[in-house]
Design a protein around this ligand. Sequence first.
Ligand code: GI1
Length: 453
Amino acid sequence: MTSKNTGNYRFPEGFLWGAATAAYQIEGSSMADGAGASIWDRFSHTPGMMLNGDTGDVACDHYNRWREDIDLMTRLNLQAYRFSVSWSRVMPEGRGRINDQGLAFYDRLIDGLLEKGIEPLCTLYHWDLPAALDDRGGWLNPDIADWFADYGQVLFEKFKGRVKTWGTINEPWVIVDGGYLHGALAPGHKSAFEAMIAGHNVLRAHGAAVKRFREVGEGQIGIVLNIEPKYPASDKPEDEAARKRAEAQMNRWFLDPLMGRGYPEELKDVYGEAYREFPQEDFDLIATPTDWMGLNWYTRSVPENAPDAWPVRARPVKQIQHAHTETGWEVYPPALTDTLVWLHEQTGGKLPLMVTENGSAWYDPPHAIDGRIQDPMRVDYLKNHLKALHDAIGKGVDIRGYMAWSLLDNLEWSLGYSKRFGITHVNFLTQERTIKDSGLLYAEVIKTHGEVL
Ligand SMILES: CO[C@H](O)c1c[n+]2c([nH]1)[C@H](O)[C@@H](O)[C@H](O)[C@H]2CO
């Protein structure tokens, strides 16, 4: 029984409560109705790339079940829904031709959300690059900045007045570190030289889209970054140097240029001969002012010096004193407070922030038992991270909302369906949805503005 506290976790009026997903992880039917292939269609159908050979061909069948899922959102009391658009559903070749049927899916979805009083938060890009653009070099081709701005313009104009809050790119760091440096994610490249170039073009594309939005769009636009705070493993100088390299490579590589500071100095040490300079006009474009910033936050890490750990030469020390999720991430809520305070400082306190993803993967059964999914670990994670978020607000950080990751159990990229992050359970044999105990708690948090915590 959750005792009603003195409301000391009541969130500010107007705080926006929602949940998040991404196109390739939930939609399925990725080639339906004239859609073009994405790099994830290719990657997931490449033998050996996906755990258990899982693909996004069906996923949560959201492409067909979107009405049912909007009803689910209303049962969860959601005020907002963060989703991404599949670029190749809308523009099969990534540029030029528009696929009206693909655009119509998002048109119906957005109208359905608005009819239920749920605010649509639209992410232009959540990792599923059109395969046809990858054939032209993808993020390695500097022309992609214009391709991306042209794609953004299609959505800005189509959904003007209905979508008020836009995200350009979800997590530049994961796109580049996963897709171009280590190769664990699509398109599966492994090159520090490519990583520097791809990272720069991702940032340029963001800037070009923001500029285009200022010309044709309406509302607020920002970018979504993953930040994983790095805590010192010891007071040894070599461990602090490792911590700084890890912080620069994950948390500041993209943040600093967006804030007009250029790349962090430590990147030269991390990438060595692969590091390169770029013209100032690029950095001016990258730092085009935005209206808000999204933070995707899951955990912290405690890196120690590790000369063999290419290219950052740092390795996390497992914090065995705390619980770890199914993805091996330490549960340490105070680090969320620290990150929000740090980000507030790094952005000069001028950019409203939103926690655009936060959640945890735990074992859940493949189907509901007596109509219920009990997920006490996820309930605990949710409660304690919302309290940590509230602590950050109490420290003066301007946080406008929280989007739980995720609305649904879904395709966890190359880990397939093995990791369940949903506050709603999906039986992938029947597509039956069951709101988990964590979802029931979240609905109550929203209803009580946090006082139930
Ligand atoms: C490395 O953690 C990142 O912040 C991160 C975690 N996650 C993400 N980014 C992605 O935005 C989602 O698509 C993932 O499903 C989700 C769960 O893994």
